[in-house]
Design a protein around this ligand. Structure first.
Ligand code: ZN
Length: 138
């Protein structure tokens, strides 16, 4: 069995953003030369998510509205966590959208359902952040 590890970096110009990272992840699989196995992709920050869903702009706007209803960014003083920081909403949004995904690799490709794509969800951006990719397989 082989293993392979690499980090991806993302810097968003806005506080919140969704980035389709499927191609970046597939390129790492290609480099790893692993044809059959499992891939873990996780945000290395507690204010960002990695998740799988549809690459459809309307849905991404729906995520924004949904998350703002559950954990609105403002007013900042509504959260006990805020004070030194103002990102309590980002921690909560990340908790809802999840930390990581695990996907099967078959014949060297991500073994997805029809509309599945991997996204990096940023909830406290405007700084460089990391995503870990770890592959095990043969
Ligand atoms: Zn914080």
């Amino acid at each position: 069995m082989k293993t392979y590890r690499e980090e991806l970096y993302y810097f968003t110009k806005t506080r919140r953003a969704y980035i389709n990272i499927t191609n970046d992840v597939q390129q790492i699989i290609n480099k790893s030369n692993i044809k059959d196995g499992l891939i873990l992709v996780n945000a290395m920050h507690i204010t960002a998510s990695v998740f799988i869903n549809d690459d459809e702009r309307g849905l991404h706007n729906d995520f924004e509205v949904f998350l703002e209803k559950l954990a609105p960014e403002k007013p900042y003083e509504q959260y006990e966590h805020n004070g030194y920081e103002d990102n309590a909403d980002a921690h909560l949004k990340r908790q809802i959208m999840g930390r990581e995904v695990v996907v099967a690799i078959t014949n060297g490709k991500l073994d997805f359902g029809t509309w599945e794509q991997i996204f990096y969800g940023e909830f406290d951006g405007m700084r460089k952040k990391r995503v870990l990719v770890k592959i095990i397989g043969i």
